[in-house]
Design a protein around this ligand. Structure first.
Ligand code: GLC
Length: 550
């Protein structure tokens, strides 16, 4: 079977959280020249695409997901010339650059909002304004989703922070302005967009009263049918003219909606969230439930097989989630083995893998000591709301849970060396450096052929060489096994078998009847292996093996 190839299907994406990657000028904040200085590192790792989180002008209420000017770069990160140099440095090494598109909302300091609050001409209806809040929706972070604006004398909707008013996508002028801005970036030679909470742009009309139901406003309509319409229009008007990659961040998306987005509406792929909820309490955002591997396998397998002709994305962490190895692996005794096991998983599933900065060296959650050490607006908003409503009496009551879930775990500076501040900055870092940097850092990983970093490099290379890993059919085996995640990927005559101890206690694993074992050869493993026969394996904690036959 001839495969229909797309570069973004074969790519491995590396996500850079700009504030925390590399600081070139000693102000404690990562910046664009800092990233440019590390392009060789990315090239060596073997990734193909960089997704850069927002570096646009912004008051940084939500670390740049609150954009004040879509067409300029925030001074902390450098200048537009710095951005162009980064683009060129990436392109010179055949790496592509994907920008974050944040258009469900702007900053309240964006010119559109300022003009809207003054009811200026066409801007009057650029946002959701109401004389009275039509419902009691909350923002994602716990306070009311409707805030009164003195100047306009009305309430506006914000599904996120009070400084992130939601744009009114029903207004064609809003959409036209957004499309023009997208074209502007595309003409600057970018290679795609990661689209922030893009399934929230379609909202019901009128905004419903919804007296009952979930607390977060977004839960009342994600994914609304107009989200499909608007994204299809965006594709017709803009994206279809360019050979770029698009990935929509789509909270609460169902497999059916994801299939529609990726087969009918023009998105290349979406980020689904079901596997991110597997250990999260449905009502209490800070409570952690026990990880249930069978449930996790069901979810991942449904997404592997449910998209029809649509394409999948795969991720285990990003700037909004705890560190991958602390969450799904073991960040203590088996940190290295489990980080490699998770790498094996990320890079052998169907769909484009998204690797988050630092995961390639097995960076862990941060031991935060006080609330003050947290920088994230979400953490502070949630805690304030919980204190206000009497849900908690003090932060200490939920400190452990907050420290576990905090998005700042993933936002601590990239650990480059064992030198001061992990080699991230010569100044005072904007956020706490994980104190484990003397052991866990890129320089140490480079000096150790058995490191997580080398394993990623090897696996990324293996992935690129095997079409079955990229395009093969997925089939889960041993679905009832509580400890092992195992599957095959098959394309024409080629077959890849993956066996991973996903909980660190597997023991003996017997390949189920019906799985042909003849001809399977070991391709990659995270432990030294004396007996490569896959028929009966005595799996060591977090052992991962990839076999192959042709
Ligand atoms: C997305 C971003 C997150 C941000 C939110 C609001 O979920 O990934 O960081 O806070 O949207 O823009």
């Amino acid at each position: 079977m001839a495969v229909d190839r797309e570069w973004w299907q074969e790519a491995v994406v590396y996500q850079i959280y700009a504030q925390s990657f590399n600081d070139s000028d000693g102000d404690g904040v990562g910046d664009l020249p800092g990233i440019t200085a590390k392009v060789d590192y990315l090239d060596e790792l073997g990734v193909d695409v960089v997704w850069l989180t927002p570096v646009y002008d912004s008051p940084l209420a939500d670390n740049g997901y609150d954009i004040r000017d879509y067409r300029s770069i925030h001074g902390d990160y450098g200048t537009m010339e710095d951005w162009e140099r980064l683009r060129d440095a990436l392109h010179a090494r055949d790496l592509r650059l994907v920008m974050d598109l944040v258009v469900n909302h702007t900053s309240d300091e964006h010119e559109w909002f300022e003009r809207s609050r003054r009811r200026e001409g066409k801007y009057e209806d650029y946002y959701y304004w109401r004389e009275e809040p039509p419902n009691d929706w909350e923002s994602l972070w716990g306070d009311s989703a409707w805030t009164y604006d003195e100047e306009r004398g009305e309430y506006y909707l914000h599904l996120f922070d009070v400084k992130q008013p939601d744009l009114n996508w029903r207004n064609p002028d809003v959409r036209a302005d957004i499309y023009e801005m997208m074209r502007w970036w595309l003409e600057k030679g970018i290679d795609g967009f990661r689209m922030d909470v893009i399934n929230l742009v379609g909202k019901p009309d009128p905004i419903p009263e919804d007296p009952d139901g979930p607390r977060w406003g977004g839960d009342h309509f994600a994914t609304h049918e107009t989200a499909h319409e608007f994204i299809r229009e965006m594709d017709d008007e803009v994206l279809s003219e360019y050979d770029v990659m698009t990935v929509g961040e789509t909270p609460r998306v169902s497999v059916d909606d994801a299939r529609k987005f990726t087969t009918e509406d023009g998105l290349d792929m979406v980020f689904q969230f079901e596997h991110m909820h597997v250990d999260q309490h449905p009502e209490d955002p800070w409570a952690r439930t026990e990880f249930d591997l069978r449930e996790f396998k069901r979810i991942m397998s449904r997404w592997q097989t449910g998209l029809g002709q649509g394409w999948n994305s795969v991720y285990l962490g990003n700037h909004d989630q705890p560190r991958t190895v602390s969450r799904f692996g073991d960040d203590g005794e088996y940190r290295t083995e489990s980080a490699k096991a998770l790498a094996t998983f990320l890079l052998t599933l169907g769909g484009t893998p998204f690797l988050y900065q630092g995961d390639e060296i097995g960076m862990t959650n941060v031991p935060f000591d006080t609330l003050d050490e947290h920088r994230d607006v979400w953490t502070h908003d949630e805690i304030e709301a919980a204190l206000d409503t009497g849900r908690i009496d003090s932060f200490d009551e939920i400190a452990d849970q907050v420290n576990y879930w905090s998005r700042d775990n993933a936002r601590s500076p990239m650990q480059w060396t064992a030198a001061e501040n992990a080699g991230f900055t010569a100044g005072e870092p904007w956020i706490k450096v994980n104190p484990n940097f003397p052991e866990i850092n890129v320089a140490a990983a480079r000096g150790d052929r058995d490191s997580v970093l080398y394993y990623y490099r090897d696996l990324i290379a293996v992935r690129a060489e095997h079409d079955a890993i990229i395009y093969g059919d997925y089939s889960q085996i041993a679905a009832e096994n509580d400890d092992v995640f195992a599957y095959t990927r098959t394309l024409d005559g080629e077959r890849v078998l993956v066996v991973i101890d996903f909980v660190g206690r597997a023991g003996r694993f017997a390949l189920p009847d019906g799985v042909e074992r003849e001809g399977l050869e070991l391709l990659v493993a995270n432990y030294g292996i004396a007996d490569p026969d896959p028929t009966e394996i005595d799996l060591r904690p977090w052992e991962a093996r990839v076999y192959h036959d042709e």
